[in-house]
Structures are given as C-alpha cells and as structure tokens.
Design a protein around this ligand. Structure first.
Ligand code: ADP
Length: 489
C-alpha cells in the first residue's frame, strides 16, 4: 500500500480545517511518482489569515500557566506515540524515509514535547542591583508574539515538531509553512495531533502551498508587524533571500541551514568504531540531512584498512523501497537531488577520483557512494556547497593539525567529529573546531531533543533544546523605586 492513510489536506487556521477546494497540488511519492494526496495550494490570503489568527490567540496563550501548557504538551506527546505507524508510513511514502529513521523521529518528537512541557517552569529572569537608591530592577523574559516557521522535508516530522514546540513552549503562537515536498509529514499531521490534544484555536496554524509558490505566504509573514521572528530550516541559498527580507523588515531570524560536517580519524582510533560512525553519519537518510558526514580525513597509516572496513559496511546497506523491511536507503527526494549527486560524482570521476563503492542509481534510489583520491578542484570535496545525497569523500592525511585546518576550510560550521583512542587529545582538537557541534568518538549526526543543535558561520544561528529560550523570548527590564527620585533638572 503506497497511499497515505486519510490525513487532513487543507490549511489549518484558527482551529478550523479550511474547506476542500479545487485549488490543490499533487503530493507525490518520491520513489514511485504516485500521487499520495491533493494538498491545498495557499497564497497570500491564507498566509494573512493564519498570521491574524496567531496574533489574536497570542495574549491568551502567553498568559496560560506553565501547568496548563504542560498538560497540553504531554497530551500531544501521547497522541504522537499513538500515531507512530501513521507517521512512519507517511514519511516513507511522502519523503522516502526509511523505517528506522522515521520511527526514531516519532520517538524523538514525543521526547521533545515531554521536555518542552517543563520549560514553562524554567527561571525566567533575574533581580539586579541598581545604582539608584531604593530601586529594584527586574529582568524578565517574555514571549515574542507570533513566530513564523518554515519546516523542511528531510527530517520532516521531528524538525516539524521542533519548529512548533520550541516557540510555543516559551509562550509564542505559531504559523507554519511546511515544505511543498512534505506538507503532510512536515506540518499537517502535526496540526491533527495538536488539535486532538486540545491546543487553543489560533495558537498554531498551518498553511500549505504548491511547489515554488512559497513567496506569497512568505510575504504575509514578512509584511506583518505581528510576526516577530522567522524560524527557518532549509538551504543557505534561500536563507540569504529571506535574510535580506528580514533585514528590510527588521525581523529576528533563527536559521538552521546546511553543513559540511567533516570527520577526522586519528591513527589511534578503533577502526570498527570509526567505520560504523562514518557509515551511519554519511548515509543516514541517504545523505539528505544537514549533519551528514560529507568528508572523512583519515591518518595515512590506517587509510586503506579503514576504507576496506567502511566499504564492507556500506556495501551491506539495503537500498530501495523504504516500506520494505531492512531497507535503510530510500529514494532521494526529487530529480534535482538525483541530478546534483550524479553531476558531483561524474565530475569527481572525470578528474581522476577512485570509486570505492556505489555510484549507480536506479530511478531515484542512489547507492551509497564512497570516493577516494579525489583531486582538490572537485566540488564534492571542497566544502563550499554541500552535496545533498549519499556521496562521501575519504582523504588521507599525514599531519593531524593540517587535517584540522583543512576540515575547517569551509563556509559551513554545523557539526564535526573526531575518532581517537585518546579522548583528551580528541577534546583538545574538538575545542578548536569552529562549529556549533563537535563529537569526540561519535558520528557527526546525532539527535537528542535536549541537546542544543545549531550551527555557526553559513550553517546559521539559533539553538534547539531549552537553549531556544534565547531565540524565542526577549527580556524586559522593569524597575520599582521606593525612595524619592533625584533628577538632573
Ligand atoms: P530545500 O532545498 O531543502 O527544499 P530550500 O531552501 O530550497 O530547501 O527551501 C526551504 C523552504 O523555503 C521551503 O519551505 C520552500 O518552500 C521555501 N522557499 C524557497 N524559496 C523561497 C523564496 N524565494 N521565498 C520564500 N520561501 C522560499
């Protein structure tokens, strides 16, 4: 069965599903091309209505007690778990997500909601000393207002929840525009769950749009004074366009963008552990996650042995239909992604790179591919533009310090990893990585709802987990003075 179970397919605005209309677009299975659903194609009017609803709902949502919001998030977590199978199936047929990753996303989402349920109780301010006699100064965090979120198709379900839950937990209301590649698993299913949990009308709103028709909805977000922050997950290319608009309209932004995510394997590393971490980090979700490992720097003396072990693991990965048991490599999301991966591979091979394994593509299912001896003038190895597919470059190094410098010669700064038998040495190198995340003895790709994910440089800014309080609240200074004032005139 490749059809989506019966999900709601229209906009969710102010607690209501909009009526069915003929203005729809086809939501297709990336593996088969089959239409799985007809989704409402919204525009400026729907964007405006969603923002207005979120704005109207904001005062009451912001004023709810932490306990009231907590019980809603806990209910939503339970419903999310109950709908595990729906979500996993949907992610397979809409986004090509293999079962292990989809199931992980469902568990992580429930976990995020259960953590966020307590964030309303976090300390929310400070008392400060004042130089004015008799004055007490209070600094308190307060929500921003309406946060507009762009949810992505790749980690559709979990990253969708992250976009809803972080701002809402701190008292903001939200309008969400899911990626046109996964409108159901990156937004509409969330609306079903939040509606069932009893979240108040207008506190969350979802507006969908046809492919390449995002701009009118983005206009509604940027041109409204009620929208105080744009929470974007996507490419740095689109982020630059939206960032320019945020500059013009003076909106705050949270940006979770791409990465190059190098892994350095020192000569004293456990080769099996390194091969496991690289195989997983590089090929998880067929290389379509911002934290996938794109390049491995490995000490020359262990290079060949490491490559043998890695290739053995990678060769055993089953690729194909994500609904089939054991498949971990599903299809790439669209033909553009296939074309980019093919072009990058062809360029590398034409310039003399060695194909260690993979390289073939059946429809949109690209075999996990490893390249060695890659010349420096090849795009896949340069780190200036991530290849969003299962293409990994492995390079030998002689000097670990040079490897550290080379690994950072990229505009991105999301994640990095070091494998070593000497954790102290790994820690020393880790402190010198200019990235938002660095793992010693772990894959570049790791997901825990409580830990702050996020990048530096062209990988964006803002952090998840409870650190998101910095992104989704602002502080207000209030003073109370109990003695007569002294003014200069
Ligand atoms: P991806 O390649 O992962 O889909 P993009 O950066 O292209 O990432 O898209 C991320 C999101 O930005 C999607 O929701 C898309 O609809 C939206 N988007 C793309 N271009 C624009 C634009 N010019 N204005 C507003 N939104 C856009």
């Amino acid at each position: 069965m490749t059809h989506a179970p019966a999900f709601r397919t229209t906009h969710f605005i102010n607690g209501q599903w909009s009526p069915e209309s003929d203005n729809t677009f086809d939501d297709c299975n990336p593996l088969t091309g089959e239409v799985i659903a007809s989704i409402a194609a919204g525009g400026r009017a729907e964007g405006d209505a969603a923002v207005a609803a979120a704005h109207a709902a904001f005062p009451a949502w912001a004023a709810m007690t932490p306990g009231e919001r907590q019980s809603l998030f806990l209910k939503a977590a339970d419903i999310t778990e109950r709908r595990h199978d729906d979500a996993v199936h949907l992610m397979a047929v809409e986004a090509g997500t293999a079962r292990a990753f989809a199931s992980f996303q469902v568990r992580l989402s429930a976990n995020l909601m259960r953590q966020a349920a307590s964030w309303g109780y976090l300390p929310y301010g400070d008392l400060l000393k004042s130089d004015t006699p008799g004055r007490m100064a209070m600094v308190a965090r307060k929500p921003l207002g309406v946060v507009a979120g762009f949810t992505p198709w790749n980690g559709a379900f979990y990253l969708g929840w992250r976009t809803f839950v972080l701002p809402m937990a701190f008292g903001n209301t939200v309008v969400i525009k899911p990626s046109e590649e996964a409108p159901l698993s990156a937004g509409l299913l969330h609306a079903e769950i939040l509606e069932e949990a009893g979240f108040p009308a207008g506190s969350f709103n979802v507006v969908t749009h046809a492919p390449r028709q995002a701009e009118p909805i983005a206009d509604a977000f940027f041109e409204s004074r009620a929208v105080r922050s744009i929470n974007f997950t996507g490419s740095d290319k689109t982020a630059r366009i939206l960032g320019a608009r945020a500059g013009q309209t003076l909106k705050r932004m949270v940006l979770e963008l791409g990465g190059f995510n190098p892994m350095i394997i020192l000569a004293d590393a456990d080769l099996d552990e390194a091969a496991k971490a690289v195989n997983f980090g590089a090929f998880f979700h067929q290389g379509q996650i911002c934290m996938n490992t794109r390049k491995v720097y490995v000490a020359r003396e262990i290079h060949d042995a490491f490559l043998d072990r890695l290739a053995a693991r990678t060769n055993s990965l089953k690729a194909g239909d994500p609904l089939e048991a054991g498949v971990v490599i599903g299809p790439l999301i669209n033909d553009r992604a296939v074309a980019q991966t093919k072009e990058r591979l062809a360029e590398a091979l034409s310039k003399g790179a060695r194909l260690v394994t993979g390289g073939s593509c059946d429809g949109r299912v690209f075999q996990p591919t490893i390249l060695a001896n890659v010349p420096q003038d090849v795009l896949a190895t340069q780190g200036c533009d991530e290849t969003f597919g299962p293409l990994l470059v492995v390079e030998a190094f002689d000097d670990p310090e040079q490897a550290l410098a080379d690994a950072q010669d990229t505009p991105y700064g999301l994640s990095a990893a070091i494998m070593t038998g000497n954790a102290a040495r790994g820690l020393d190198m880790a402190q010198r990585f200019d990235t938002g995340i660095v793992h010693v003895n772990g894959a570049t790709m790791a997901g825990e709802a409580s830990l702050p994910n996020g990048g530096v440089k062209d990988s964006g800014w803002g952090r998840s987990g409870h650190y998101a309080v910095e992104d989704f609240t602002e502080i207000r200074l209030t003073t109370v003075t109990s003695k007569p004032g002294h003014y200069p005139f």
